[in-house]
Design a protein around this ligand. Structure first.
Ligand SMILES: Cc1ncc(COP(=O)(O)OP(=O)(O)O)c(N)n1
Ligand SMILES: Cc1nc(C(=O)O)sc1CCOP(=O)(O)O
Length: 459
């Protein structure tokens, strides 16, 4: 399987070496190292900004994270007017996300006042008009605010992300770390909103963890980035909302099959998670709404006890009513961005995609993963177009989101799917090979073993 990388460009001394040397080094890294994500930090001159943009045009990456380092939290000016022009005219139009603090947002917009959350929203929209796909205006320095409020804008929706303000002097480098964390999460396959939320949560935990550290004599100190290695109190770090590796063995239920074998939905789900399913979807096409909500609540309890996410097929209302972990929607269901608005940033959203264009739209819409198929012909879904291993490969290569393969997959061919080893392919989703069988636990266990063996081969 391809390795995802991100590089962090933070170029204090770069203006002291010749431009063509910087270009040569950058091009070498971008062309040779299979870089998925680039994150920029301090860029000291306009010529470095131009060199970077040229390299990125020559060797495009999946995502560009721009931390427009111009003014530090302590108020120090870190970049001059020519760099500002370079950011505005060249770098921002290429960026997938830009992460200014309120002082940087103000400077980018010609010194507009930034005194309130409403000013931050206006600034996020205006910066979005400069060309980046997403904007995160960081409000850590907003006066008179008890919380650290950031505004995320994706060109359609605003998300107000709040965390408790941590009272500490150890805030040096928080902006830089936040953008790096976003880049790392994107490289791991998260959607943009999910990456931002995970990064913000990391900063909150790291600041809290190192609030009382005393290092150096400056006004500010650094915070401790290694809390994940040192912190043994797991309960103080909340669980990530969605982990792409959950897609490894995705069990999708079918009411007809359960009826045929005389099982309740809950019995089928319990057997699947016992056998090792890593995520479950309730695909109950003919259930009454009330029965569906009741069954979802019972299944949610079972899944939670195994730490496995539970998603609902198509029905946003059922997901909301049962507080399930998310939904899976198809191309003719509720659009992903509407589902996201209805469900909020915490829930998982999967979208069925047969083409790279659909995969791109799913990403823009704020989805977390893509279900792609039919990989093989299936009897479970009528009139389903088969895209084959080639179609799956095409979607996976183009996708910025993790992908799970679906359609006609079972013991006879699951290895072949996993062994494709294409980027972003995280697992297989299965209906009949688990639920149209006598013993769901055994079938799930066997499939899990087969997938694990295949995954070992491609590591
Ligand atoms: C994981 C996963 N991938 C694809 C689908 C298909 O969803 P959809 O296109 O909405 O079709 P129906 O399932 O509604 O028939 C899925 N359910 N799960
Ligand atoms: C629900 C579904 N969606 C598909 C798609 O191609 O998007 S194929 C499919 C049915 C998968 O069932 P089985 O594992 O029994 O083949």
């Amino acid at each position: 399987m391809a390795t995802a990388h991100f590089i962090h460009l933070h170029a204090h001394g770069v203006n002291m070496v010749p431009e063509d040397f910087v270009a040569q080094q950058l091009n070498a890294v971008l062309s040779d190292m299979n870089v998925d994500v680039v994150k920029t930090g301090m860029l000291p001159s306009l010529s470095v900004v131009k060199v970077l943009c040229q390299s990125l045009r020559k060797f495009p990456v999946k995502a560009l994270v721009v931390d427009p380092v111009m003014i530090s939290t302590s108020g120090d000016i870190l970049a001059g007017p020519s760099v500002l022009a370079g950011f505005r005219d060249e770098l921002l139009p290429m960026a997938d996300i830009v992460t200014p603090n309120i002082k940087e947002a103000s400077v980018l917009l010609g010194d507009v006042p930034m005194k309130s959350v409403s000013d931050m929203r206006t600034a996020a929209k205006l910066i979005h008009d400069l060309g980046p796909r997403n904007v995160l205006v960081k409000g850590g320095d907003l006066p008179n605010s008890p919380d650290a409020i950031d505004i995320f804008y994706d060109g359609k929706e605003f998300y107000q992300l709040s965390s408790p303000r941590v009272n500490t002097r150890n805030t040096h480098g928080t902006g830089c770390t936040l953008a790096s964390c976003i880049a790392a999460e994107l490289a791991k396959g998260s959607s943009m909103l999910s990456a931002v939320k995970i990064a913000k949560r990391f900063i909150e935990s790291a600041l809290d963890y190192s609030r009382d550290l005393v290092i150096g004599n400056g006004v500010q100190g650094p915070f401790d980035h290694f809390l994940a290695l040192k912190n043994t109190n797991k309960s103080s770090c909340r669980q990530d909302r969605f982990n792409p590796s959950d897609l490894f063995l995705y069990a999708v239920t079918d009411s007809g099959m359960n009826r045929k074998w005389g099982r309740s939905i809950a019995e089928a789900v319990k057997a699947a998670v016992e056998g090792g399913a890593t995520i479950v979807q309730l695909r109950e096409k003919d259930a009454d709404t009330r029965d569906f909500v009741d069954a979802a609540k019972v299944c949610l309890e079972i899944c939670r006890s195994y730490g496995v996410p539970l998603l609902i097929n198509d029905r946003i209302d059922v997901a909301l009513a049962s507080d399930a972990d998310g939904v899976h929607v198809g191309q003719s269901d509720m659009p992903a961005h509407v589902a996201r608005t209805l469900l909020g940033p915490e829930k998982i959203i999967g979208v069925s995609c047969k083409t790279p264009e659909q995969a791109h739209q799913a990403w823009i819409g704020g989805a977390d993963y893509i279900g792609s198929g039919g990989v093989y012909p299936t009897n479970t879904k009528a009139n389903n177009r088969t895209i084959g291993l080639d179609g799956l490969t095409e979607v996976c290569k183009a996708s910025k989101l993790p992908v799970v393969a679906i359609g006609g997959i079972g013991m006879s061919n699951a290895r072949a799917v996993m062994e494709l080893g294409v980027p972003n392919l995280k697992g297989v989703a299965v209906v009949s090979a688990l639920f149209d069988r006598e013993c769901i636990v055994t079938e799930t266990r066997n499939l899990h073993t087969a997938l694990s063996e295949a995954a070992l081969l491609i590591q």
